[in-house]
Design a protein around this ligand. Sequence first.
Ligand SMILES: *Cc1c(COP(=O)(O)O)cnc(C)c1O
Length: 457
Amino acid sequence: MSEKKIPYKIYLEEKEMPTAWYNVRADMKNKPAPLLNPGTLQPMKADELSHVFCEELVNQELDDTTAYFEIPEQIRDFYKMYRPSPLVRAYCLEKKLDTPAKIYYKFEGNNTSGSHKLNSAIAQAYYAKKQGLKGVTTETGAGQWGTALSMACSYFDLDCKVFMVKCSYEQKPFRREVMRTYGASVTPSPSSETEVGRKILAEHPGTSGSLGCAISEAVEAATSTEGYRYVLGSVLNQVLLHQSVIGLETKAALDKYGIKPDIIIGCAGGGSNLGGLISPFMGEKLRGEADYRIIAVEPASCPSFTRGTYAYDFCDTGKVCPLAKMYTLGCDFMPAPNHAGGLRYHGMSSTLSQLYHDGLMEATSVKQTDVFAAAEQFARVEGILPAPESSHAIRVAIDEALKCKETGEEKTIVFGLTGTGYFDMVAYEKFHDGVMSDYIPTDEEIKSYTDKLPKVD
Ligand SMILES: *Cc1c(COP(=O)(O)O)cnc(C)c1O
């Protein structure tokens, strides 16, 4: 097929949309390590997990062997309101960079929550409703997950209680109002509403909060309220499973035009968009059917993959959640408050951690100011104002395209553009005013946290 025929945007038709999520763990020889009970350090069983999570989500969490899970019809119908998301050929960016590389991005920002998180939020709300629950609790950092979940809960008429990391609560009042528009209640974390919140406040008065701490509060609120469960927007296997819709659509769109990517790039906070984007490609790689370079991009200020330790750690600061084996900076690690946007989590999906550990994917870290420079360059030619998180992937996609310019290679690059950045204009402002800084933790600092990792053999 000739180059010219590839449109700016490749859409799938409704009948071409995925009808099942793909579980990459089914094709992994080395399965991700199981979650451990924080008290006994034994693998968590379904009945233990179901105090915290919805039953069907527990099944999805623990299932390492079923390759495909059918997407329930009500979720597919909801997806149809904002999916398929476009796979865009970045012709204008290619031209601006004067690169022979072919660049594509999968744009997940075309819904009110402004990010890919709605893909899993709607699934989690569906299973909570199906179980007959009254509501769910969660945490949110930058606010995208809370927004997505509040939309999903209002669709299924479920109560939604969000603990929002305090610095975001104060810096992003508009996010908070979107959540309240959808009927959610929003509490700044740490709060005095929970025991763990009161404890953290007593130990660290004036703290700006962290995701790990908000998770502890949300779990406590769920487990101490009748008819509630806790839901999480990233990191967990079930979330990667739901996000596989991104990768399945991407692959279907590329296949339609006979395009085979050389490099696949995604930003990595807890790993859900990246895990979802790469899953069908990683599946081919694991089965020996194809090979791809896969790159995770993380902030230099919160570098779990590139400078963390691969070990069992708590998923939350309050140490109430199960332990996961993952690349981690230690559950007490708090990224510098000057770090903008998400990607602040201390750990990483255990599935991606295993894949990275086995050499099946690469990781790199980028500095905040370089990220915003890429964001601005992208916005100016492609017309989309990207989220700071997504811009980590843009940075590396541009860098790879510029390498192609030097070598003359016509590589095909696909990256995940996870969302829009309209609620991040304070960070953009700092960048434009030249007052944005690049905080990079020292080795000693990281070691002071990873030295305290729980001892598990
Ligand atoms: C939450 C978020 C991310 C990072 O989360 P992952 O689970 O690593 O995908 C990236 N981009 C946007 C826009 C987000 O909202």
